[in-house]
Design a binder for this molecule. Structure first.
Ligand SMILES: [Zn+2]
Length: 315
């Protein structure tokens, strides 16, 4: 049986409830109710009040500042509704120790929280860089409960919607001699011993499958035998949508053609265990789709999860 892919991959428990985004009076009434919970972003980091909760009540939020900016409505889960605010200064009652970054919080957040964090981070990243109309250069204002911006020039009046940059990310396995090896690669800027799978942005006019084939050839000089879709993951660093594939090749000579990678190598499941346990090999952090894709391959080879393999000195 294949292992399922969890966390921000696949289907979120949050109903985005998009039909009320333009109903300001209903949004106002929901926002001030006890059923509403609020995420607070400050300069790309999350504010938390207690170590066990990321959310603020309406009462707490109202006390943070005399004038709050327009919030983003994120959706609901059963009776609970979720909003996110972006503040530009730390409220007086808090210190830097009440702030955490998305990568750190992702490691301990549950599925509901992760979906809300990625949703709000992606939107705030987009708002930050789209204050002016791309068509006429005039100011734009937030609309649609945070899911669009409108040009304030009456002659233009263009609506702008959040953009997402699709990227493919994929495992390549080599079955040229029934060896069952996986290709891992690293960029020069990564910390020592860190390896991952290959990824790259999709170009205009290109299918996802063609992007997998092109990136594979450009980065490691291999021709693919097949590539099939596995899962997707929003990746708001700053606005990517990672589309995960698994690909198979029956050629195995690696050539770093575009020099984006520092090194690439084939590795068997047994070698992977040995290298991780000895501390020589570090994989991507476990929330990322890259880790899940590697874990999926590893599980197919060994019947166990990569989460059970840790450096010996950490056991
Ligand atoms: Zn305009």
């Amino acid at each position: 049986m294949q292992q399922s892919i969890q966390s921000t991959l696949g289907v979120s428990p949050i109903d985005r409830h998009a039909e009320i985004r333009q109903n300001q009076s209903e949004l106002n009434s929901i926002r001030s109710s006890e059923q509403s919970e609020f995420l607070i972003w400050i300069k790309g980091r999350i504010l938390f009040d207690r170590p066990d909760s990321l959310f603020f009540s309406y009462q707490q939020v109202s006390a943070l500042a005399t004038k709050l900016p327009e919030p983003i409505y994120l959706g609901k889960n059963f009776e609970k509704h979720f909003f996110a605010y972006q503040l530009f200064e730390l409220p007086e009652a808090y210190t830097e120790s009440n702030l955490t970054d998305l990568r750190s919080i992702s490691l301990i957040a549950d599925e509901e929280e992760l979906g809300l964090l990625f949703h709000s981070q992606g939107l705030f990243n987009w708002h930050r860089n789209h204050k002016y109309c791309a068509a006429c250069g005039c100011k734009t204002e937030i609309g649609n409960a945070g899911h669009s911006r409108k040009c304030q020039n009456e002659e233009c009046n263009k609506d702008h919607f959040p953009r997402i940059d699709p990227a493919v990310i994929f495992t390549i396995s080599d079955n040229s001699q029934n060896k069952d090896r996986l290709l891992l690669a690293r960029q020069a800027a990564w910390d020592e011993g860190r390896y991952s799978v290959i990824a790259g942005f999709v170009e205009p006019g290109e299918s996802l499958e063609n992007a997998v084939i092109r990136e594979t050839y450009e980065e490691v000089g291999l021709k693919l035998k097949s590539a099939s879709y596995v899962a997707s993951q929003p990746w708001p660093f700053p606005s990517s949508m990672m589309v995960g594939f698994e690909a198979v090749t029956d050629t195995n000579e690696i050539t770093l053609i575009d020099n984006e990678l520092e090194h690439a190598m084939w590795i068997s499941a047994d070698e992977m265990i040995e290298e991780i346990e000895s501390g020589k090999l570090k994989l991507p952090f476990s929330v990322s789709i890259s880790w899940h894709l590697i874990d999926r391959w590893f599980h197919q080879q060994t019947g166990r999860s990569l989460a059970t393999v840790t450096p010996k000195d950490e056991i």
